[in-house]
Ligand binder design. Structure first.
Ligand SMILES: Nc1ncnc2c1ncn2[C@@H]1O[C@H](COP(=O)(O)OP(=O)(O)OP(=O)(O)O)[C@@H](O)[C@H]1O
Length: 446
């Protein structure tokens, strides 16, 4: 690919400077074929009234990393759907007929910006199927990821549990100049405090009892790539100092070691707690917070991007298609409505778990709200003894937290405010099978 390649989608390709390679594609389908073999960083979208806005929207979503410039008749800009398409996907737009001087200038500028971002690296991937969703919020996030990926400073991702922080971190890495290097995810909250230092920084032989040989830490293993520190707020204070030193000096010391080791790894951190408040409470170092918070990304909770709910549900239905009971063909309209109306406190992870469970448990051909555990209480209104109501509420709470926690007993117990042992006892009491990591399938007995 030359750096001056421009993919023109639509008809009526304008004359452009001879040293630019112009790749014409009359339709999105043709453009898709070109993208497979000739990825471009700049695209010109020549829209006409007869075009299908939805189809173009889907195409642009797949190629969100491209810098798009649109040319469209002024009347189309009166229409809300087209205005949104331009707002969501394009860096710039011109009304047709476009002034050729201004258009060349805009395209030249886009090529220049793309070249700066690419920074001598292979072209950014032309599509990313992983961050599914079509809401304005997720579209914005994808655009921000594209920008953040090109930079080299640390990234801090904020979002509720299960909202997609790790996926966003993977996308930053996948679109960055480091994409060929490793992506090393670490959950700071899941590693026991006694182990975390040697896990992160490695150790030298004899550093402590049991350290029989030298061991590389996870930070070192991210050499040339990115390290993803999930739940950074759980990092003990003393390690926060070590991490700060690494961010400042790009070197680490293994536990028990005296030699500094240079490590070239980009830090991407994430938290579901407000780190600013943690700083105020004295639980998180202020200097580390400012070091990390250079490029911030906010992954919105699912209830704030309801337009993503059905595309995501469909996406997971297809992802787990082979696991479904063979008769299950899709979602009923009542299930779709229930999905749209529910608040999804456990975010995308909860949606995955509910869809997976429904695909296995559904009684009919179409998934119903009750298969998703989202039916309005069928017994509502019927008299119920207080004891029964208590038992039912307890079981529903356990059910819901297991779904939110993605079958992780430790997280579910924490969510419910009980110990793991108590949760196991409650599971036995309600006849709920202790979930395997493969997936929670809900209460087994009524
Ligand atoms: N937009 C999305 N498209 C497709 N899958 C998604 C999307 N967002 C999240 N997921 C999926 O949802 C699950 C939870 O996402 P992820 O692990 O990234 O969340 P998280 O915010 O890092 O969670 P936690 O705070 O618990 O670590 C993963 O299986 C992920 O692949």
């Amino acid at each position: 690919m030359t750096t001056n390649s421009i993919l023109c989608v639509g008809v009526g390709v304008p004359s452009l400077p001879a040293d630019w390679e112009v790749i014409p594609a009359a339709t999105p389908a043709e453009a898709r074929r070109h993208f497979k073999t000739r990825p471009c960083t700049v695209g010109l979208l020549l829209a006409r009234e007869t075009d299908n806005c939805e189809e173009l929207h889907a195409f642009l979503l797949e190629h969100w990393c491209v810098h798009w410039i649109a040319v469209l008749p002024p009347a189309m800009l009166e229409l809300a759907a087209w205005r949104q398409l331009v707002r969501d996907h394009c860096d710039d737009y011109h009304t047709a007929p476009a002034d050729s001087q201004r258009l060349r200038h805009a395209l030249g500028h886009a090529l220049g910006m793309a070249a700066l971002r690419a920074d001598d690296v292979a072209p950014r991937a032309a599509s990313d199927a992983t961050l599914t969703g079509r809401s304005a919020a997720i579209t914005r996030l994808r655009r921000q990821i594209g920008k953040v990926a090109a930079a080299s400073a640390p990234v801090l991702i904020w979002g509720e549990s299960g909202s997609g922080k790790e996926l966003a971190a993977q996308a930053v890495h996948a679109h960055s100049p480091r994409r060929k290097g490793p992506f090393v995810p670490i959950n700071c909250g899941a590693i026991p405090a006694a182990l975390i230092q040697s896990e992160l920084f490695g150790h030298e032989r004899g550093a402590f009892t049991g350290a029989a040989r030298d061991k590389r830490g996870l930070i070192e293993s991210a050499q040339g790539g990115s390290i993803f520190l999930d739940e950074i707020g759980d990092l003990p204070m003393e390690l926060q100092a070590n991490l700060l030193r690494f961010l400042q000096e790009k070197t680490i010391y293994r536990v028990g070691g005296t030699r500094s080791i240079a490590v070239d790894a980009r830090v991407i951190a994430a938290s579901h707690v407000n780190l600013e408040q943690a700083v105020r409470r004295g639980a998180f170092r202020e200097d580390l917070y400012y070091r990390l918070n250079v490029l911030a990304l906010d992954v919105p909770p699912l209830r704030e991007r309801r337009d993503d709910l059905l595309p995501l549900a469909e996406h997971f239905f297809h992802t787990f298609y082979s696991e479904r009971a063979p008769r299950v063909k899709g979602f009923s309209s009542r299930a779709a409505q229930a999905i749209r109306e529910y608040d999804w406190p456990g975010n995308v992870r909860e949606l995955i778990n509910r869809v997976r469970r429904a695909m296995v448990m559904a009684e009919g051909r179409l998934i119903a709200p009750q298969d998703l555990g989202l039916a309005a209480d069928a017994a509502a209104g019927a008299p119920m003894q207080l004891d029964d109501a208590r038992i039912r509420a307890e079981r529903d709470a356990i059910d819901a937290s297991l779904l939110r926690a993605g079958s992780n007993i430790t997280l579910a117990a924490r969510d419910l405010g009980v110990s793991r042992m108590t949760l196991y006892r409650l599971l036995a009491k309600h006849g709920i099978t202790a979930p395997s990591r493969a997936g929670y399938t809900g209460a087994q007995s009524e």
